[in-house]
Design a protein around this ligand. Structure first.
Ligand code: F58
Length: 842
């Protein structure tokens, strides 16, 4: 990869010492020193990974001044955003840091003059897969924007020892491989064992009167776990701000487990240690569907308690009163996973810091804000009361108290409306009793937001309807965004250079500037350059596919790509129905003048989600038939790229001509892949779902391939009684496609293999694929026709990019900052420099 941009940051640290200097000679000797002193290797015995580590430390050294100065700046009474998220999918760090520091070209030169290839070292980096998909990646984009906008922030989460599994495909089936991302060390994090906190579990609460006669409660736990923070710097783009991502690892408390508790019982003590450390071992790989696993609730409580205790400690270290907590911190709950924070902050304030309930409640409500990311009812978190009370007895009491006070208000507003009362209650009492985490988050927060306009509207009408009626003033929309640094500058250096050549580089932090490209859409030579770049980028992906999968694809064909988690509502199988339709048409008319296509898929299925795994099997099975059929050779190919992750996304999004955003209307909260594709010049085929609606609004209906039922139509059809079988019966082409799958054509004659999928489509079809089939096929035909007019396609591609300004995560973060957090940028000055281990004041 070439430098995305020439280095432009004038380093503000002017001390040319060995540790942080930027001359090529200094960089080269830093690299050699780090190899020797940190990796303990001579150049002769060093592996590529040793060199990568040495390089990473060389870069980290050049980041530290900014990072430590940022932390110091925030000690001075500034309001800090704390983004609480069970997942942060930050992706590889090396290149991002080089770009944000503005030292990419320098480092490349130094690496190459040392006889190494920067590209090879970059490829050594294991990405931290600490998230499932969109929600975790959004948190990472937001951290990037917070730093770039110089907003004081801390990301709090879990340092999973094993992140999202690596996906392999064997015989067409997904196989999950443990993600040992830490096995060779992580050069980007710094452990802070001295800043540990203790987290309690289980036991009981004790109610008593203190020496002054005040009624008090204390929690007598039966287990205490240590939380150790590991910090990763998140540097903004060409600013001095480097915020912190603080991830917590669970460890056993030695004195507790080994001495008092377990004297003489060595094995028991070891067991206790293992139990504690299990807490942060693994990320749950489920996407959208919640499994009520006890360990998951433990993880949630663990990191939230660590985070809130950390904030309190920070605040008290500045001698500011705890009663100003909500003025010092804005805490965002990334979905309900950290919602237990509402009860935990109440416990800390009331039980541990002796603040009275009403005051504590005022602080709590003014501290938290809640983002919802889903409309699927099966994704709403609830915990059985029995489990909850066993693990967090005091929190259950606090939740009951919050509930009683809240329901008293509900009764005042809606006397005798038992339906309302039972729907708004924090406790689900319709059968087995549960704690409803979304209800807790809504009551305990001053702001509630959805992640796209349509999603927020639907929240108000469906899952959170009663809350909207009760607290309309709390609701807001903040449409998601993605960071143009990673999703353009880093992943698409060619397009970055072309755009920058034409309109300057301000667009990187002010994405609306891309509008200036609009007039260039009419410039034939610009279009030629644009096409050329897309072609080269597709060539790179084709080379990757050939190397990894031994499949030859033609970079001149239309690259039609769907990459995202595999889920029925996202309808990868609708895409497959089109693939087979396309194939059948070619088979029936060998001379058909068709626009050649390469259909590319990628995404992981939750390990326990059989239907999703069967969809992968179907894609791979169809690929095997199609790719080996000489009748269709050169006109279509189907590829499933295994192990879709951030690193692969960086290769894939820029190489797309067509972006598949085909979820059933009303199901996808926002989508962010849709934004990454469009920003990189792909046109979208999509439904009116999630942020597709706003993308279409921005780019113009004429530059977007719309199909399918609207949300209203989906609801209407469901209400009238949807009969998928009728669609099958009445549509010959659809029938032929389904029958071909059922016949065993793609499964070596096995007629049972795909039966669960087919029966589901014919007799249930919850996601209405059959209802949308014809509209989808017709629109795909329009795509094919449009692609033939290359000049116009290019024009549309340029206009898409030009009009993507809204979808920068910088815009989203500005909205959160103004509407919800009430925070301002705090620029960081590099005041205290500590080169070479000596602290100098300059
Ligand atoms: C996603 N949710 C939404 N959940 O599906 C997507 O529309 C949206 O763009 C994105 O959030 C960001 O707002 C999502 O990714 C998860 O991965 C959860 C992980 C933990 C278990 C429940 C699902």
């Amino acid at each position: 990869m070439n430098a995305p941009l020439e280095d432009s940051l004038t380093p503000q640290i002017r001390v040319e010492d060995d540790r942080t200097g930027l001359s090529i000679t200094t960089l080269r000797s830093a690299l050699a020193d780090n190899l020797f002193y940190i990796q303990g290797k001579f150049p002769g015995t060093a592996t590529k990974n040793d060199y990568y580590m040495a390089l990473a430390y060389t870069v980290r050294d050049r980041l530290l001044q900014r990072w430590l100065n940022t932390t110091q700046t925030y000690r001075k009474n500034v309001k800090v955003v704390c983004y609480l998220s069970a997942e942060f999918l930050i992706g590889p760090q090396l290149v991002n840091n080089l770009i944000n520091l503005g030292i990419y070209a320098k480092i490349r030169q130094a690496v190459e003059e040392s006889g190494l290839s920067l590209q090879e070292l970059i490829e050594q980096e294991e990405e931290p897969g600490l998230g499932n998909g969109g929600l975790g990646r959004l948190a990472a984009c937001y951290l990037d924007s917070l730093s770039t906008l110089e907003i004081p922030a801390i990301g709090y989460g879990i340092r999973y020892e094993f992140g999202i599994f690596d996906q392999e495909i064997r015989d067409g089936w997904q196989v999950e491989i443990t993600d040992k991302w830490l096995q060779y060390g992580n050069p980007w994090e710094i452990a802070r064992p001295e800043e540990y906190v203790e987290v309690k579990f289980g036991g009981r609460s004790e109610h008593y009167y203190d020496e002054k006669g005040n009624y008090r409660v204390r929690w007598i736990p039966d287990r205490v776990v240590k939380g150790v923070p590991y910090d990763t710097p998140i540097l903004g783009y060409q600013v001095n701000t480097a915020n912190t991502l603080r991830l917590w690892k669970a460890e056993a408390i030695e004195s507790f487990d080994f001495q008092a508790f377990n004297i003489g019982d060595y094995y028991g003590a070891v067991d206790a240690k293992i139990v504690s450390e299990n807490l942060t071992k693994i990320l749950y790989p489920n996407d959208e569907v919640i499994q009520g696993k006890e360990l998951r609730l433990q993880q949630q409580y663990f990191f939230v308690s660590c985070a809130l205790q950390d904030m309190i400690r920070l605040l008290l270290s500045t001698e500011v009163s705890l009663e100003t907590f909500h003025q010092q911190f804005a805490v965002q709950l990334n979905d309900t996973h950290p919602a237990i924070g509402v009860a935990e902050l109440m416990r800390l304030l009331v039980d541990e810091h002796r603040i009275d309930w009403d005051k504590a409640w005022h602080i709590t409500q003014n501290t938290f804000a809640f983002t919802n990311h889903t409309l699927l009812p099966e994704a709403l978190e609830k915990w059985p009361i029995e489990l909850f009370g066993r693990l967090l007895p005091r929190h259950l009491e606090i939740i009951y108290e919050i509930n009683q006070r809240f329901l008293d208000r509900v009764r005042m507003k809606y006397p005798r409306d038992l339906g309302k009362l039972s729907r708004l209650s924090l406790i689900d009492e319709s059968g087995e009793r549960y704690v409803r985490m979304a209800n807790l988050a809504c009551v305990g927060s001053h702001a509630i937001n959805g992640v796209a306009e349509l999603h927020t509207e639907l929240l108000k009408k469906t899952v959170l309807k009663d809350f909207y009626e009760f607290f309309p003033e709390k609701f807001a929309n903040v449409t998601n965004g993605v960071t143009p640094r990673r999703w353009m500058v880093l992943s698409n250096p060619r397009l970055t250079r072309l755009i920058t050549e034409k309109i300057g580089d301000r667009w990187i932090t002010h994405l609306d500037d891309l509008r200036k490209l609009e007039t260039l859409a009419d410039d034939a030579s610009f279009r030629q350059q644009w096409r050329q770049i897309k072609q080269e980028t597709k060539g790179d992906l084709a080379a990757y596919i050939r190397k990894k999968l031994d499949i030859i694809v033609d970079p001149k064909s239309l690259f039609d790509i769907q990459v995202k988690r595999i889920h029925e509502y996202k309808r990868q199988h609708l895409n497959v129905l089109h693939v087979i339709t396309f194939y059948n048409r070619l088979k029936h008319d060998r001379d058909l003048d068709i626009t050649p296509r390469t259909f590319i898929f990628g995404g992981k299925a939750a390990p326990g989600y059989f239907m999703a795994k069967l969809i992968i099997k179907l894609i791979v099975s169809v690929a095997n038939i199609v790719n080996n059929d000489p009748d269709v050779r050169d006109r279509m190919k189907v590829v499933f790229i295994p192990d879709f992750n951030v690193t692969l996304g960086q290769r894939i999004y820029p190489a797309a001509d067509l972006s598949e955003q085909i979820s059933t209307a009303g199901k996808e909260a926002s989508g962010t892949g849709n934004m990454k594709f469009a920003l990189n010049g792909a046109l979208t085929i999509g439904t009116l779902d999630g942020a597709n609606v706003e993308i279409r609004e921005e780019v113009g209906a004429e530059n977007f391939f719309l199909f399918g039922l609207t949300t209203e139509e989906v609801y209407g059809l469901k209400a009238r009684g949807y009969r998928p079988f009728d669609y099958y019966n009445q549509n010959a082409e659809l029938k032929a496609v389904i029958d071909l799958i059922s016949s065993g054509f793609f499964s070596h004659g096995d007629v049972d293999l795909f039966k669960p999928l087919i029966d589901n489509l014919l007799y249930r079809d919850d996601y209405m694929l059959l209802a949308d089939y014809q509209s989808y096929i017709d629109t795909q035909e329009k795509v094919s026709q449009a692609y033939r007019d290359r000049e116009n396609w290019t024009r549309m591609s340029i206009l898409n990019v030009a009009r993507m300004g809204k979808f920068s995560s910088d815009r989203s973060i500005r909205e959160y900052a103004q509407k919800i957090w009430k925070v301002e940028p705090v620029p960081v000055e590099l005041l205290q420099l500590c080169p070479g281990g000596q602290c100098l004041l300059v």
